[in-house]
Design a protein around this ligand. Structure first.
Ligand code: NAD
Length: 483
């Protein structure tokens, strides 16, 4: 006899308990092989004062035991210093990939984009979501965008492996590497490098601005889309919205050894307790969970039964349309209709076939081993606050330069303002000074420290410093605009 898979379930807040009840009832009726344990997360935990991230230590232990988490939406309290449970769970458990299929169900559900059937694969841990921010001066704030090679290799490979395992034909990468040549440039170049190992999959790159516009206007041209964290966050909401209803989308967050499955939508407090919420998003999240744990047979039975229910016109209020729908149903009646159709297949909508995905979901090979590169320090960028002109600043700085380091340029908000700046460039109160080793020579840490000390004594109080290195002779820093 096949063993049951242990999973952890949380009913969440708002409409969470209603849609979780239906989802569990359908899983049970479809004979899903699960050992379910339940934890309480969200509002009740935040308000009890047991944890400021909405989850107790005992619940963590339970999650670490089962490593599979079916989660209903929760309400994040506004203000009060509470931390987002979703971000905490994702980062603590290393859930590096967020996968969100966005499909339209024409002609059964009204949509402007009948041919839409795409999957967003979003990097989930890096980018601006590191939350590393600084106030550099009275007028200037800065956030650090971090893109790592291992993080990118993992998400890009996941996207290609996902495409292969799910019969998808094309992977599109979106970045803004025409502006962020190093960080987004790394994401794009790793996409090209890893993509070369998947010649069976069509692949292309788009600049994020036109890419996002195309997702809104012509979503049918996409298949799988892989993106860094922030672009993925924005594009996945655009794509979910374009399908017709936020209530229809399922989503999963995947790590090397852990999976969290949920609906795309939130806890919808405006309709909570009324028995009218659409349980489809959470149910489709549960279908993703079933393929992840190798129960493709059950996943297929539920997904096709659900498609048949939608096709037969059993629609909850937010998708009900006269002339398209046949029955306006509540949460429970919708669940009944799905259970009656377990084993049936849709005739107009395309039935799903789950094959290929193996138990434990997609397993990635170890990261590529790359030879260590030769790093050489060639300079330093020093940030400081100044309220005068760039020429006066340069004159004061040049008084401090007396050994191997030379002042090569000053920039303000990324634009070169010395030497030969343009008079119309607006300058804020925070400046960047770039010093390079004379004639391209290596720079010693002691020379940097001595320079900073002389600047300090000359009333030039620096706010930060960043060492400038080359890697196998290639510059590891960008030029200023206009440099
Ligand atoms: P929401 O997704 O909860 O609701 C947006 C709109 O869609 C509302 O009008 C709602 O009634 C409707 N809607 C959502 N799900 C539906 C469903 N299944 N059936 C029918 N209609 C549905 O977004 P919101 O109002 O911005 O957020 C409410 C709360 O949810 C907030 O506290 C937010 O922090 C939280 N939230 C949680 C998660 C999560 O736990 N994964 C995700 C997003 C938002």
């Amino acid at each position: 006899m096949t063993q049951n898979t242990p999973i952890t379930v949380a009913r969440g807040d708002g409409i969470g308990p209603e849609i979780m009840d239906e989802t569990l009832r359908i899983l049970d009726a479809a004979s899903a092989r699960l050992d379910i344990s339940e934890i309480t997360i969200g509002k009740a935990v935040y308000e009890s004062g047991q944890s400021d991230s909405g989850i107790t230590d005992a619940s963590w232990d339970e999650l670490l035991r089962t490593r599979i988490f079916l989660k209903a939406p929760i309400t994040t309290p506004q203000g009060g210093g509470f931390k987002s449970l979703n971000v905490t769970v994702r980062k603590t458990l290393g859930l590096f990939a967020n996968v969100r299929p966005c499909v339209s169900y024409h002609p059964s559900i009204e949509t402007d984009h009948p041919g839409m059937d795409l999957v967003i694969v979003r990097e989930n841990e890096e980018d601006l979501y590191g939350g590393i921010e600084y106030r550099q001066s009275q007028d200037v704030m800065a956030a650090l965008k971090l893109i790592s090679r291992p993080g990118t290799e993992r998400i890009v490979r996941y996207a290609f492996e996902y495409a292969r395992a799910n019969g998808r034909k094309k992977v599109t990468c979106m970045t803004k590497d025409n502006i962020m040549k190093l960080s987004d440039g790394l994401f794009h170049s790793v996409f090209d490098e890893i993509g070369a190992e998947y010649p069976d999959i069509e692949q292309n790159h788009m600049i994020i601005d036109i890419g996002a516009a195309k997702v809104a206007s012509a979503p049918h041209i996409f298949d799988v889309i892989v993106l860094p964290n922030l672009y993925g966050d924005i594009v996945s909401d655009i794509a979910a919205e374009v399908t017709g209803s936020v209530g229809l989308g399922g989503s999963c967050n995947i790590g090397q050894d852990f999976g969290m499955f949920e609906a795309v939508h939130g806890s919808a407090p405006d309709i909570a307790g009324q028995g009218i919420a659409n349980p489809s998003g959470l149910l489709l999240g549960a279908v993703m969970m079933l393929t992840h744990i190798g129960q493709n047979d059950v996943a297929e039975k539920i997904h096709n039964g659900w498609l048949k229910t939608i096709e037969d016109g059993f629609h909850t209020g937010e998708i009900y349309r006269e002339g398209v729908s046949t029955h306006k149903v509540g949460t429970k009646e919708f669940g009944d209709a799905v259970i009656e159709r377990l084993g049936a297949k849709p005739e107009i909508l395309k039935p799903v076939v789950y094959e290929g995905a193996s138990e434990g979901g997609i397993k990635l090979p170890p990261l590529k081993i790359r030879p260590p590169q030769k790093t050489e320090r060639v300079g330093v960028d020093i940030g400081l606050n100044w309220s005068g002109s760039p020429d006066d600043l340069a004159a004061k700085v040049l008084e401090c330069v007396n050994d191997n380091l030379e002042l090569s340029m000053i920039s303000n908000r990324g634009v070169k303002v010395w030497p030969e700046g343009k008079p119309d460039t607006f300058c804020a109160d925070n400046w960047r000074l770039r010093f390079l080793g004379k004639d391209g020579s290596t720079v010693l840490t002691s020379q940097v420290v001595a320079l900073m000390d002389r600047m300090n004594q000359n009333d030039l109080n620096f706010t930060k410093s960043v060492m400038l290195n080359t890697f196998d002779g290639v510059k590891g820093f960008s030029a200023a605009q206009g440099e």
